[in-house]
Ligand binder design. Sequence first.
Ligand code: OAD
Length: 232
Amino acid sequence: MTGAGISAESGVPTFRGSGGFWEGRRAEDIASPAGFLRDPEMVWRWYRSRRAHLATVEPNAGHHALVRLERGVERFCLATQNVDRLHRRAGSRNVLEIHGDILASRCFRNCGAEPVEDPRAAVPRCSCGEMLRPAVVWFGEMLPVDLLEKAMAAAISSDVCLVVGTSGLVYPAAGFSAMARQAGAFVIDVNPEDTPHSAKADISLRGTAATVLPLLLEEIGIPEEPGRRAGV
Ligand code: OAD
C-alpha cells in the first residue's frame, strides 16, 4: 500500500506537514462535496493546478522498485491512496487507485455519461447539464466498493504487506496493514518518520521510498534489471 510519501521524491507535495497540500487550508473546503458545492470554481482551479503540475513530474526510484517487485513475485497487488497515476506511468499493473484518479473527471450526479471536459469552462459541465468534478474520493465519501473489496482481499491473503509513505490517518486505507497482520502477513513500514503504522509493523525501515525500496529489493534478491539477468 502506498500514500503520498512515495511521490514526494518526484516533486509532488504530501498532504500533511510543512509544505503539504493541506497546510494553511481546510481540506474539507477543497476535497468534499460540500466544499465543491460552495465554491466549484475554486475547487476546479485547485485541481487544475495540481493536474498541470503532475504533467511536469516523473515516477521515481520508489515507483520503479515496486514495478520490479511486481514482476519478481508470484502475487502482487498495489493499493494506492495516490491519485497522481505515477504507479501506472512507472509500469505497475495490478494497481487499485482506491482514492481515484485526479486526471479523470465525472458527473457530479454520476449520470453515467462519458465526460467531455471543456478546458475553457471555469466549471466544466457534463452532457446532462450537471457539473463535472474530478474523479477522486473526497472526505465524507465512500471508496468504490469493488476496489475496497479487492484491496481488503489482497491484504488478508498476503504474506507480506509493504506500507510505504502514508501517515496512516485516513481510513479505510489506514486499516489495511492491521488487517493483513491479523491474517498473518509480515508488515513492513517504509517511512522517514514514525506513523501509527510503525507500531503495528513487524519492521519499520526509516528512510525515503526512493532510497529504501531499491535497497529492500536488492536485499531480497530482485535485481535492478530482471530482463538482463535472464538474458532477455
Ligand atoms: P500524508 O501527507 O498524510 O502523509 C505522507 C506520509 O509520507 C508521511 O507519513 C510522511 O512521513 C511520509 N513521507 C514523506 N516523504 C516521504 C518519502 N520521500 N518517502 C516515504 N515516505 C515519505 O499522505 P497520505 O497518507 O497519502 O485523501 O494521506 C492519505 C490521504 O489523505 C490522501 O489520499 C488524501 C489525503 O487527504 C484524500 O484526498 C481523500
